[in-house]
Design a protein around this ligand. Structure first.
Ligand SMILES: [Zn+2]
Length: 410
């Protein structure tokens, strides 16, 4: 894509009404724009990142048997009353339509998916079933100061599994845990599996946390692998680790980017979701649910991967693979390289803007944070080479065009 044709522009200054690093950088670099607290538009560059995040999630969730669906945002009050959550779910957006019928805007979809699954489950032969969606969720959050980390409107992947036994749920739960770790490592995020409160049906649920000072969660952990959310952990910093009984526990702020729960029969009970087992007996279906914050992942990457000049995207989700910059009237040569990169199927942003200084082009490139920067200038053309630099490094290299393709493909 030619930068001269990009409909959005980077900003000279950080937005004044944002405190969180993710919102400051994403707005200034023109990935998102704020509509109001906790509500953002995704611009061309931002949507590219979002699509890549979603596609990695799809690949991995499909690989463990997930089938994608899309459920409604508008949900009738009656379903929420069945589980008692119409009254107890504090952040639920409630509205009335012209007939006076009360509705909720979906913050999660247990109330919708259980009656939906009921239409297809009657026998043990129908189980297990794995369904997920990637969708916009709504929560009336009182605090919305963390940019995309805590939205009133945000995108989530929510995944629900239905099983004939606790044992089957147990096995799949471990499979989902591994899948999540793989997803987060593909985003370049070092995630930690943290024990959190489990509710009625299991001792613990599990959260996937990224250590970061901007996180809203607090995690107590030890290098031996012990980790618990502070909400359920009485240990203080420096206390002896209860698992290895050797080292002292550490405490850190963290960003929660995913959580998984063994729901058991919590939701199959109110909706009477049953099946006939091999002996012909009626049993309640065992359920698991697995959430992953898509827009929150985008914010977590920015929170943990940036420097004073801007964002540093991992290649897996970067809006483009390479930022090609033309300097000093070398249009013809730069154009040739641009076309050859496109022909080779490389995603390239080409800074072909006229009357923009080299300083501005470099500053924009650092701010946007594409993994590779390639410069075509008088000097490089004379040497019949291209100046290549990785976003995360300072060192530049002069490389031949042939080498360029090889390096950025690796
Ligand atoms: Zn330990």
């Amino acid at each position: 894509m030619r930068q001269s044709e990009l409909s959005t522009k980077t900003k000279k200054e950080y937005p004044k009404d944002e405190e969180a690093k993710n919102a400051k950088l994403l707005i200034r670099a023109s990935f998102v724009e704020k509509l109001m607290a906790g509500v953002y538009s995704f611009l061309p560059l931002g949507l590219k990142v979002l699509d890549k995040i979603e596609n990695i999630i799809r690949e991995e969730i499909n690989a463990i048997g997930g089938q994608e669906i899309l459920m409604p945002v508008l949900q009738p009050k009656e379903l929420w009353e069945k589980t008692g959550r119409w009254k107890t779910f504090n952040a639920l957006y409630k509205l009335k339509n012209h007939e006076g019928k009360e509705l909720a805007l979906g913050p999660t979809h247990e109330e919708i998916i259980v009656p939906l699954a009921k239409k297809f489950i009657s026998s043990y032969k129908d189980l297990p079933i794995y369904l997920y969606q990637i969708q916009t969720k709504f929560r009336d959050e009182p605090r919305s100061k963390s940019g995309l980390l805590r939205g009133k409107e945000f995108i989530m992947k929510d995944f629900y599994s239905f099983h004939e036994s606790k044992n089957d749920l147990e096995n799949f739960y471990e499979k989902a845990k591994k899948s999540y770790l793989k997803i987060f490592s593909r985003f370049g995020l070092k995630s930690m599996v943290v024990e959190a409160s489990g509710g009625t049906f299991s001792k613990y649920s599990h959260e996937f946390q990224i250590l970061s000072p901007s996180g809203e969660d607090t995690v107590v952990y030890c290098n031996c692998g012990f980790s618990q959310n502070k909400e359920i952990c009485k240990l203080k910093k420096g206390d002896k680790c209860p698992k290895c009984k050797d080292k002292k526990v550490k405490i850190s702020k963290a960003i929660e980017i995913g959580n998984i729960f063994k729901l058991g029969t919590k939701y199959s009970e109110p909706f009477n979701l049953k099946f006939r087992n091999k002996n012909g007996e009626e049993k309640l279906v065992e359920m698991g649910c697995y959430g992953l914050g898509v827009t929150r992942v985008m914010a977590a990457i920015v929170e943990t991967s940036s420097d004073k000049n801007g964002i540093i995207w991992p290649a897996s989700v970067a809006p483009f693979k390479i930022h090609l910059i033309e300097l000093g009237g070398q249009k013809e040569e730069a154009e040739k390289i641009y076309l050859s990169l496109r022909k080779a199927g490389i995603e390239v942003l080409f800074d072909d803007r006229e009357n923009v200084s080299p300083g501005e082009k470099f500053a924009d490139s650092d701010l946007i944070g594409i993994p590779f920067r390639a410069v075509v200038s008088k000097k490089t053309v004379k040497a019949e080479k291209i100046e290549l630099k990785k976003r995360a490094e300072i060192k530049t290299n002069l490389v031949k065009q042939k080498e360029l393709l090889k390096i950025i493909r690796d």
